[in-house]
Design a protein around this ligand. Structure first.
Ligand SMILES: Cc1cc2nc3c(=O)[nH]c(=O)nc-3n(C[C@H](O)[C@H](O)[C@H](O)COP(=O)(O)OP(=O)(O)OC[C@H]3O[C@@H](n4cnc5c(N)ncnc54)[C@H](O)[C@@H]3O)c2cc1C
Length: 395
């Protein structure tokens, strides 16, 4: 047994109590570096190689102990680690790992979604600060957010991908107005954000000036890996988490589908069994693919393989919802109270579109897979190399 594995064994034996305080456990795991195994020790990691980290993760997983994984899935802290100044990291890193800062993603705009590089929110330098003006939309969690990861145009004379910078924008300051939007599921988790002369210090810029597109690729990779799924250990929950409610529901699992099939007397239905087997195969291949995507991402930054996982997960969610619909028959079209199986079905059927659209649509993932995984020719882009101020506005 390697020495790090032995150390992990001892740590679990000495400290883990399944009935203990989850917040105290979370703090202990983060402060002792077991939560972000591959990160440097200076930033709450252990500087482990991927192989050693995978062994430690497997140990925690087998023991049913929550802890590792934030180096793979914590979008905010991961982006901060790669591109934040030491000053910003000192201020935010621990709090982000502890889920004590509520965050949101200020990317999409009314005229820039799939074509995100067409964004028109501007940031203009004023001394040590930037003055931001523009509108963002579909911003999940903005109403509660303390900070937003903002992409804004800082040089209109450069081509569209090159004049963008990435900021850590304080949300609870003058000039930031959040208006909730209601979704098909009935939730109002996402919002419009109107930004008028909001100020952000230059210290809150992540990455080089006008290189925000590169920072964005890292942040998107984390998001796609997280949405793409894969084998995870028990989730380390915090009772006072800032982002706990930010994302949608867990899809109907294979076991819950089997329970439902038994309940409605369809567990011997050959069609159901065949569909369930197909769903299971998809989930398994997606888990293996997610492992590949993570390994590729860890070896060299943003990985297009994450797009395969995200696309597949969206299809799995639609598939699982269809099977649930088949089991429920006509009742699938009923509305029930919030605890009923019909409600859960309707919710997960609609919520599957979250994965098909948020974080880049299914069609955009297919484009990425075509171009960057399969090596097909790029889509023509006539506005790619001209100064952005000469590109006609969409709205
Ligand atoms: C639940 C949810 C949460 C979200 N949360 C956030 C958030 O927190 N922050 C944020 O910034 N955004 C968020 N979004 C926005 C999301 O990223 C965008 O909706 C998405 O990128 C698509 O952009 P759009 O809506 O402008 O659609 P459009 O880009 O206008 O696309 C419309 C249709 O055209 C297709 N299409 C567009 N271009 C191409 C192409 N080149 N090839 C093939 N097909 C194409 C698309 O696939 C889509 O079907 C969220 C969206 C949802 C649904």
């Amino acid at each position: 047994m390697s020495s790090v594995l032995q150390e992990a064994e001892e740590f679990i034996a000495k400290n883990w109590d399944p009935n203990g305080d989850p917040d105290a456990w979370r703090e202990l795991v983060i402060d002792s570096g077991w939560s972000a195994l591959r990160w440097p020790t200076q930033w709450f990691g252990r500087g482990l190689s991927d192989d050693d980290a995978a062994e430690v993760e497997a140990l925690f997983f087998e023991r049913g102990v929550p802890g590792p994984g934030q180096d793979k899935t914590n979008l905010w802290a991961g982006t901060m680690l790669s591109y934040g100044s030491d000053e910003l990291k000192s201020q935010f890193m621990r709090k982000l790992l502890l889920d004590e800062v509520a965050m949101c993603l200020l990317y999409s705009e009314p005229g820039a979604g799939s074509d995100l590089a067409g964004l028109r929110t501007s940031a203009v330098r004023d001394g040590d600060e930037w003055v931001v003006n523009g509108q963002k939309v579909w911003t999940s969690g903005a109403a509660a957010a303390d900070y937003g990861m903002l992409i804004a145009r800082t040089d209109w004379n450069q081509p569209k991908h090159r004049g963008i910078s990435f900021f850590w924008l304080p949300m609870k300051k003058p000039g930031v107005e959040v208006r909730p939007l209601r979704q098909a599921t009935g939730d109002a988790r996402f919002n419009e954000v109107f930004i008028t002369d909001a100020r952000v210090p230059d210290m809150n810029r992540l990455g080089e000036l006008n290189s925000g597109w590169m920072v964005l690729q890292t942040a998107l990779m984390y998001e796609r890996v997280a949405m793409g799924g894969g084998r995870r250990g028990p989730v380390m929950r915090s009772t006072k988490g800032a982002t706990a409610a930010a994302h949608g529901s867990i899809p109907a699992s294979d076991t819950s589908l089997i329970s439902l099939a038994k309940k409605v007397g369809k567990n011997n239905d050959p069609h159901f069994r065949q569909e369930l087997a197909k769903l299971y195969c998809r989930r398994m291949t997606n888990e293996w693919n997610a492992e590949r995507a993570r390994a590729a991402a860890e070896a060299g930054g943003a990985s297009p393989l994450a797009s395969l996982g995200k696309l597949n997960m969206a299809e799995i969610l639609h598939y699982a919802a269809r099977i649930q619909g088949h089991l429920l028959g006509m009742n699938a079209s009923l509305l029930g109270d919030e605890d009923s199986v019909e409600y859960a079905h309707n919710y997960s059927q609609l919520n599957a579109y979250f994965f098909s659209i948020g974080g880049g649509t299914d069609q955009i993932q297919r484009n990425i897979i075509g171009e960057r995984v399969l090596g097909l020719p790029k889509e023509p882009e006539t506005d790619r190399e001209i100064a952005f101020r000469d590109v006609p506005a969409r709205v």
